[in-house]
Write a protein that binds this ligand. Structure first.
Ligand code: 2NL
Length: 339
């Protein structure tokens, strides 16, 4: 009886600030190996004539303990699972680390926003493509080396599918479903079967643009891309076009900008020429237009494509392509200050 009195005092004084502490209380006093059960086990040692009185005391002790348990449970629930006693609300909060945008995303967003201001709409499409949208529609002949297994990833289960090698496949899908005037800009990841090194990777990020309407000329191509360069790299940047060849454009041109690193006087980045190549472009080949039922006598268009890794390398001086996909936060954190 004396023991029970002592336990009652202890129980009355018990506190529990968390759900775990409430559970510990239950186990200690009301569990199958708890105190209440243990004291009830004492019943067999009580002389018969006292059993009734002791039984009543025991019962009352059990109810007392259960009531206390309910009380603790309620007060923890009311305080949202933690007690007001053991929390110092004046402590500073846990820091929430703010991430940074990936440099390729930063550059992609910059490129897109410039072309959006010129009225281009953003279009996206699948990374797994069929031969027609990636190659056939783009006027690449059956025996073109780009179609080779060595250069293109084909899907094992169905070699009619491949990983797109450029986002021209997205423009193909736009031409398939829309009529001119067409003015789209297509960002996305593209894949090529290359041995990975500082200068080559098996995937990269591209932005391609396409503009088709009546009377679109090479002058429009030049002025559009010149405007892009001025917005992207600054008003002092000069451009030059060099004749080139792509199966999907005719005529074709590559565009260089004056080297951002040395300002044109010659350095390692521009291999001492003062110029660096940033994109390929040209007037859309009439065959490509006709592939989509676009009358090449009525409509003309220009198109261009650029690798974002290259733009990013020039803007942020990233000298190893592998850095973009290694997820090394020492690299990524350097862009926290960029937009
Ligand atoms: C490069 C060069 C280029 C195109 C992409 C294109 C798309 C259509 C029709 C015609 Cl739908 N051309 N795209 C044209 C010229 C160059 O990309 O160096 N890319 C990284």
């Amino acid at each position: 009886m004396k023991q029970i009195d002592e336990h009652k005092q202890e129980i009355a004084a018990a506190e529990a600030g968390t759900p775990d502490a409430v559970e510990a209380f239950r186990i200690k006093y009301l569990g199958t190996k708890g105190l209440v059960k243990a004291i009830m086990g004492e019943m067999k040692n009580v002389p018969n004539e006292q059993k009734k009185e002791f039984g009543q005391v025991l019962n009352e002790f059990k109810q007392f303990t259960e009531a206390k348990y309910e009380l603790l449970k309620e007060s923890v629930a009311a305080s949202g699972g933690s007690s007001a006693i053991d929390i110092d609300w004046s402590l500073p909060g846990d820091p929430v680390p703010v991430g940074s945008r990936h440099p390729l995303s930063i550059v992609r967003n910059q490129v897109l926003s410039i072309f959006k201001r010129l009225g281009f709409a953003v279009a996206e499409g699948p990374e797994i493509e069929d031969d027609w949208h990636n190659f056939g529609a783009m006027n690449l002949p059956e025996d073109h080396p780009a179609r080779d297994m060595q250069d293109t990833f084909y899907i094992n289960q169905n070699p009619a599918w491949l990983l797109r090698t450029h986002t021209s496949s997205v423009q193909a899908r736009v031409m398939e479903t829309q009529k001119p005037p067409i003015r789209v800009i297509c960002p996305g990841r593209v894949y090529r079967n290359e041995t990975i090194s500082a200068r080559a990777h098996c995937f990269f990020h591209q932005v391609e643009g396409l503009y088709i309407d009546e009377n679109v000329s090479f002058a429009d191509l030049k002025q559009t891309l010149y405007f892009f360069v001025q917005e992207m790299f600054g008003k002092d940047t000069r451009v030059r076009f060099r004749p080139s060849y792509f199966p999907f454009t005719e005529p074709s041109a590559e565009m260089d900008i004056s080297c951002l690193i040395c300002g044109g006087s010659g350095c390692n980045v521009c291999k001492h020429t003062g110029w660096v190549e940033i994109l390929g472009s040209g007037m859309v080949h009439p065959k490509v237009l006709e592939n989509f039922g676009i009358d090449s006598n009525k409509y003309t268009g220009f198109a261009f494509g650029m690798g974002l890794e290259r733009i990013c390398q020039l803007k942020y001086r990233v000298n190893d392509l592998r850095l973009y996909s290694q997820n090394d936060i020492r690299f990524l954190q350097q862009f926290t200050g960029a937009v």
